[in-house]
Design a protein around this ligand. Sequence first.
Ligand SMILES: CC(C)(COP(=O)(O)OP(=O)(O)OC[C@H]1O[C@@H](n2cnc3c(N)ncnc32)[C@H](O)[C@@H]1OP(=O)(O)O)[C@@H](O)C(=O)NCCC(=O)NCCS
Length: 215
Amino acid sequence: MTRGTIRPDIEIVALAPEDAPAIAAVLADAFREDPAFKLIFANTARGKDLHYHRFMEAWVAHAMEEGNPLFGVRVDDDLAAVVGIAGLDGQAPQWSVRRNLVRFLKIVPGMRLRKALAMAAATRRPADLPNRVAEISMLAVRTNYQGRGLAAALLGHAHGVVVAASSQSHVYLYTTSPSANLFYAKQGYKLVAERQVESAAVFHLLRPCDADTSL
Ligand SMILES: CC(C)(COP(=O)(O)OP(=O)(O)OC[C@H]1O[C@@H](n2cnc3c(N)ncnc32)[C@H](O)[C@@H]1OP(=O)(O)O)[C@@H](O)C(=O)NCCC(=O)NCCS
């Protein structure tokens, strides 16, 4: 297990395959009220979220299979926050439907399929991004641990990993959480595209690796 520290009181750990169920639980908790997930899943409410939860498990399994590094913060042995990085080698992350077919079939009964397809199209990377971009994904903090600086610390760590890999000029991410925009603006991200799917929006954000966030 690799360890690093951004703030002395926040210890960041590299996550491993055995952490997958805990990572999925963090994602399910953090995104339950996200407009995009509420649009595409019939139910995201705790206890009625079987298909939504399975989606989170599939997302994590896919990230692990792709070899995307995942980092987390534990508080009192609880996984409180996670972040993933894709495309460190300069490749755009691929979500292969064929490879994930069995997982998808388990999720589909709880999905509004037409809305899900529209959302998938809206999350596609803008065509005019710089060539050398890494992608930050699944930044999430359990609701009861939000507001303690965990996301800022994890994102700072992820930026450090991207810079250390030294093959990218920018970091890209998208979010479907309107309130997260302000958070990302504070971390040096600028909006490069916005796409609307009914009541949900997808914000595509970009940050140069050397962005100055000291202001
Ligand atoms: C968005 C999210 C990751 C922020 O996590 P967090 O640990 O609460 O954030 P931090 O405590 O590190 O906040 C860092 C700074 O951003 C600000 N901030 C955090 N969330 C904010 C929000 N929703 N709106 C405005 N500002 C916000 C904080 O006030 C803080 O500002 P400061 O440095 O001036 O004190 C968390 O709310 C979350 O998991 N939300 C659900 C999932 C999600 O939207 N993920 C991101 C999109 S993929």
